[in-house]
Design a protein around this ligand. Sequence first.
Ligand code: SER
Length: 581
Amino acid sequence: MNLKDLYIHFFVSKGHIQIPSAPIVPENDPSVLFNTAGMQPLIPYLMGAEHPYGKRLCDYQKCVRLTDLDSIGDTTHHTFFEMLGNWSLGDYFKKESIEYSFEFLTKVLEIPIERLAITVYEGDEKIPRDEVSANTWKSLGIPTSRIAYLGREHNFWIPGSSGPCGGDTEIFYWRSKDDIPEYFDPEDERWVEIWNNVFMEYYQTEDGMVTELAQKNVDTGMGLERVVAVLEGVDDNYLTSVWEKPRKLLEELSHLPYEGNEESMRIIMDHIRTSVMIAADPAGIKPSNTDQGYILRRLIRRAIRHARKLGMDVLSDWDTQLANTFIDLYQDYYVELKQNRDVVLNVLKQEKEKFNRTLEKGLKVFEKVSTNTDSIDGETAFHLYDTFGFPIELTKEVAAEKNLKVDEEGFHKMFQEHQEKSRTASVGKFKGGLSGNTEIETRYHTATHLLNAALKKVIGPSVHQMGSNITEERLRFDFPCDHKLTEEEKSEVENLVNTWIEEGIPVTKETMEKNTAIQSGAECMFIEKYPDMVTVYTIGDVSKELCGGPHVQNTSELGHFKITKEEASSAGVRRIKAILE
Ligand code: SER
C-alpha cells in the first residue's frame, strides 16, 4: 500500500470518514486562487457548520501554493502537492489527536521513536502554554529533551491573515545519517517537519482580535512528498518513487541524465504536473492573462523554456508524454484526470503552439535590448509581455542569466495603466447596447464595501468578507456571524449605508506595495492572492480594502440601499442579499 492508502485506512479504522479531495480551485471562495491547505474547504465546518459526513474526517487534498514558485528547482519545493489530513470537528482534541499521530508514525510507518522530536506552542498573553500536548507526548515516551516550546511564528497556524486558528504541535523527523543528538534543536535542518497538528479553538479577525470558536477542532496536515522522501531515505524529493516514472521519461526525452540537470528537470516535472492538475480541475481553467489562467500560462511557458534549455525539441510531443504519465499515476485518486485527459492534453498543446509562435521573436528582441545595458526598463518588460507574451517572471529569469536587472515597478505601473485603458474601453463599448450594466455592477462593488463596514459596526469587528457575488440585479455578501440578524440590526445596517451614501463620500484609489497596504490597515482576505503591487480603495474613514475595483467616484452615485434577504449560508456564516434602488 502506498502512503495515501495507508493513511486513509488508518484514520478510517479510527472512526473517520474519508471525504473526497475538493477541487484545487475553491468552489465558493473567490478570495483565493487555489486551495493551499487541506483545511481550506473545511473552514465553514471548523467554524461550526454541520458536516454531512460527521465530526471525524480524513482526506488527501490537492493543493497549489504559489509562495514558493521562485524556489522550484531546489530539492524540496513543489507548486502542487498533496496534503494528508485528519480533522475533528468539535469531537476529540489534543490528547487523541497526538495519540493517533504517534500510533500512525511508529506502528504503521514503523518510524523509530528516537528519530522523532516535537515542538509545542509556548503560549502568549491570550493563549496559555500548551502543557497538555507536551505531557501527552511525554506519556507516549518522547523524552523532555526532544520537546521544544516555540512561539507564534512557529507553532501557531492561521489560513492567511484571518480565520479559524490556534496553537499547534509539530512533529519532526531526523533525516540525517549522522548520530541523533540528545537535545532537539529546531534550528538544526537535519530535523525536518513532517506533520502539523493544529488545535483550532480560536478565530482571529483581520485586526488581530482573537475570539473563541464555538467548538474545539483538530486540523492536521502532512505533506505527502516530504514524508515519502523521509521514508525512502533520500534528500531530494524528486528522487523518490513519486517522481520515478516522469524522471526516467524526461531523461529519455532529453537524452540527458537527471544528475547535472536537476534544476531544469525539477522545474519541468513540477510545472507540468501542476498544469495537469489545474487544467483537469472541474473549474475548467484555460491559460489566460488573469487569475488562475495566468498561473497556468506561466507554469506551462516556464516548463517549455526549461525544455528548450535542455536542448529538447519543444515542438515534439514531450509535454503530452509527460502529462500522460502524470495522469496515469494519479487518475485512480483523482477521477477528474481520467475524465479530462483530452482537455488537459489540448490545453498543453495549444498553449505550447501559441507560446512558440512568439517565443522566438521575443527572445530575439530580448537579445537586442539587452546588449550594452545593465537593466531592462519597465517599458521594455511590458512590451515583451504585451507583444510576445513574456510573463514578467520569464523576463526576470532570462535577464538574471545575463546578470541584468529588471525594473519591475515600472513594469507593474505600465501594466496597471494598460488595464485601466482596457477597462475604460470596455465600459465605453457597453454604453451603447447593454446600457449601464457595468455601471450598475460598479455601484454594487462600492455598496459591498459599505455593507462590510456597516456590518462591522453593528455586529462586531469579526465580520469580514467570506464570499461575494455581484450581478446587475443585486449584491450578495457572506460573513461570519453566529446568529440570525434581528430586524433592528438589519435596519441599523441599512441606515448606516444610506447615511454614508447621503454624505457623498469620495472614493479614492491608490496603488501601493502589498505590505504597505496591509500595514496601513487595509482589509484583505488572503494575502497570497494579491500581486506585489496592489490597489487599495478608501471610502473616507468608513472603509479601506484591497480590491481590484472598479468603484464609483463618490458614494452619492449609489442610490438607496436595501437588504432584500438575510439567511444562513452555512452554520456560523450568514448571507445578505441587497439591492440599490
Ligand atoms: N492547516 C495546517 C497546515 O496547512 C494543518 O493542516 O499546515
